[in-house]
Write a protein that binds this ligand. Structure first.
Ligand SMILES: [Zn+2]
Ligand SMILES: [Zn+2]
Length: 108
């Protein structure tokens, strides 16, 4: 005799209701947006959302809201220029290398 799973899930409607709030899909748990959704609905944070939020906060405290161009890249050089500061050595080198590369390509 075959084992029959008692709470047969086959006939249960897909459990979508908890993902729908006011007919709209809410943010997925485990994301910063999910964290915001819990807050909006005055719910307790689930573990995944709390973890996602912690990561998010950590990330922003390390890097700020905007992605910062790394030094030693042409983008880093541009960042120095935009802030009207002298580019650091690695950035100057990266920019110089890029210029050389562009000239080579233009000549080819
Ligand atoms: Zn959640
Ligand atoms: Zn730099």
């Amino acid at each position: 005799m075959m084992y029959v799973y008692r709470g047969s899930k086959k006939n249960e409607p897909l459990n979508r209701t908890k993902h729908l709030v006011g007919g709209r899909h809410r943010a997925v748990c485990g994301t910063p947006a999910g964290y915001q959704a819990h807050r909006r609905h005055n719910e307790e944070q689930c573990e995944r959302c709390a973890a996602a939020h912690r990561l998010d906060v950590m990330h922003y405290s390390n890097h700020g809201r905007q992605k910062v161009a790394e030094c030693g890249t042409p983008a880093g050089y541009q960042r120095h220029r935009k802030k009207l500061e002298e580019a650091c050595g690695p950035c100057k080198a990266a920019a110089a290398a890029q210029r050389r590369e562009l000239r080579k390509r233009a000549a080819a």
